[in-house]
Write a protein that binds this ligand. Structure first.
Ligand SMILES: Nc1nc2c(ncn2[C@@H]2O[C@H](COP(=O)(O)OP(=O)(O)OP(=O)(O)O)[C@@H](O)[C@H]2O)c(=O)[nH]1
Ligand SMILES: [Mg+2]
Length: 289
């Protein structure tokens, strides 16, 4: 059972809505990765609703809290959020080691290919051994082409070739896998700067999307990583992976409200179909069910 689902018994365990109830609820939300700042906002909102609607039963707070969480997560217009999918577009996947970048590229390649789009992959992670081969396997699974460089080569050169190819082939969506390394911020910043310059000069008409991939089960670390990447490049969205392995998920609320960056996709497994668009309502419903 998930973390928030267990809260159901918390709500029914109280006889009245008192200071202790709010305090304990606050603690629970923080433990569920909602983050201190967002938790405080949620609690204040709950107090306001309880007062306005003259509610006295603690169990009614569950629905009120769920509504507030949905509202907090619904801060973006879903019609414009996925504009890049109309193409032609270049999507960069960034994030630290092992969060699920390559897997996400593979899953999205399959989704877009099935929609009849012309998809191309770019193996711009030339850093890690076998990274190119790993992406090549995904390209076969999804049935899309891939542009590769050589291991240890310049990722900028791979991006350059990929962007040229995307333009020449009228590709709808170019999905670029990058290396997961953040141990040297200056390096990372330079690398991303270079990649962005290449894209801008070679294919300025393409829409550019930069998705930070974070492991949803790592709580505040995921928030801090997002922050780091936002300081290095223009981040347009977030992919939260490995939510299948986490009982929590409150990190979505924390990142979205504190950093103002929209969660666009969630990964819920290692399989090719285990990725979906983020939907605030169903996300919160799942958290509490
Ligand atoms: N359970 C689960 N596992 C996932 C999910 N997404 C990725 N993984 C697994 O996480 C591991 C790392 O995934 P990769 O896609 O290789 O991660 P990466 O960010 O490309 O890693 P590097 O290239 O080393 O930086 C793999 O074993 C994936 O199968 C997910 O949503 N759920
Ligand atoms: Mg990878």
């Amino acid at each position: 059972m998930g973390f928030f689902a267990k809260l159901t018994s918390f709500f029914t365990g109280y006889k009245e809505i008192d200071a202790e109830f709010y305090e304990e609820l606050e603690e629970q939300l923080v433990m569920g990765d909602v983050g201190i700042a967002s938790t405080e906002v949620l609690i204040e909102e709950l107090k306001k609703k309880v007062k306005e609607q003259r509610i006295s039963e603690p169990e009614k707070c569950r629905a009120l809290l769920m509504d507030s969480m949905k509202e907090a997560l619904r801060m973006y217009d879903p019609d414009t959020l996925y504009d890049f999918e109309k193409g032609p577009s270049i999507v960069l996947f960034v994030g630290i080691n092992g969060v699920g970048k390559t897997t996400t590229v593979g899953k999205l390649a399959k989704i877009y290919k099935d929609q009849g789009k012309n998809v191309l992959l770019s193996a711009a992670d030339t850093f890690r051994a076998a990274a190119i081969e790993q992406l090549a396997v995904w390209s076969e699974r999804a049935g899309v082409d891939i542009i590769k460089g050589r291991e240890g080569g310049d990722p900028g050169a791979v991006i350059f070739d990929s962007v040229k190819a995307a333009k020449a082939r009228n590709t709808d969506i170019l999905l670029c896998d990058t290396a997961g390394r953040l141990h040297n911020k200056a390096n990372l910043m330079n690398e991303l700067k270079k990649i962005n310059t290449i894209i801008k000069s070679e294919y300025p008409e393409a829409k550019k999307e930069t998705l930070v991939v974070v492991d949803g089960s790592t709580g505040q670390n995921a928030l801090n990583q997002t922050k780091e990447f936002m300081a290095c490049t223009d981040v347009t969205g977030l992919v939260l992976t490995k939510l299948d392995g986490s009982a929590k998920g409150g990190i979505a609320v924390a990142i979205q409200s504190e950093l103002k960056v929209p969660v666009k996709f969630v990964g819920t497994g290692e399989g090719i179909t285990d990725l979906s668009r983020f939907d605030a309502d169903s996300f919160v419903d799942t958290l509490f069910s």
